[in-house]
Ligand binder design. Structure first.
Ligand code: ADP
Ligand code: MG
Length: 140
């Protein structure tokens, strides 16, 4: 499969513990290349818009509060089968279920504060990349 792109967020629990480099190394070691990256403080409006798909879920308000509780690092990752490759190295949403060797197994604090976001489809990856990056900010 040809190289393609996915979207990643290093979440506030990880930036707070100074794990930006450790998480990025795990992504790179998994065969993903960081082709765009910026550290930002998300606004409430941005977080609500980004997670709009979850707005009916009971954890939505807590999730938004968590995502704006500190800086995040938004990234575009490139590699073969990038969406799946990233989901595999992230591990399960709940760190209690995450496999050995995954980012969430190694670093997540809880099902909510689980260190990383990753797109779940090529279509959502394209939408999520466009939510945070202009095309000229992505340099392969
Ligand atoms: P994933 O990030 O693995 O794709 P989801 O898309 O289902 O997981 O959920 C988005 C985010 O919402 C999760 O990464 C996590 O931060 C939070 N979340 C999911 N389920 C719960 C839950 N039951 N309680 C609290 N937070 C949750
Ligand atoms: Mg998801």
């Amino acid at each position: 499969m040809a190289a393609n792109r996915t979207f990643s967020i290093i979440k506030p629990d990880a930036t707070r513990r100074n794990l930006t480099g450790a998480v990025t190394k795990m992504l790179e070691d998994a065969g993903l290349r960081v082709v765009a990256s910026k550290r930002i403080q998300m606004t409430r409006k941005q977080a609500e818009g980004f997670y709009a798909v979850h707005k009916e879920r009971p954890f939505f308000d807590d999730l938004v509060a968590f995502m704006i509780s500190g800086p995040v690092v938004v990234q575009v990752l490139e590699g073969e089968d990038a969406v799946k490759r990233n989901r595999d190295i992230m591990g399960a949403t709940n760190p209690e279920n995450a496999a050995e060797g995954t980012i969430r197994k190694a670093h997540a604090e809880s099902i909510e504060a689980n260190s990383v976001h990753g797109s779940d489809s090529d279509e959502n990856a394209a939408t999520e990349i466009a939510f945070f990056f202009k095309p000229e900010e992505i340099v392969g």
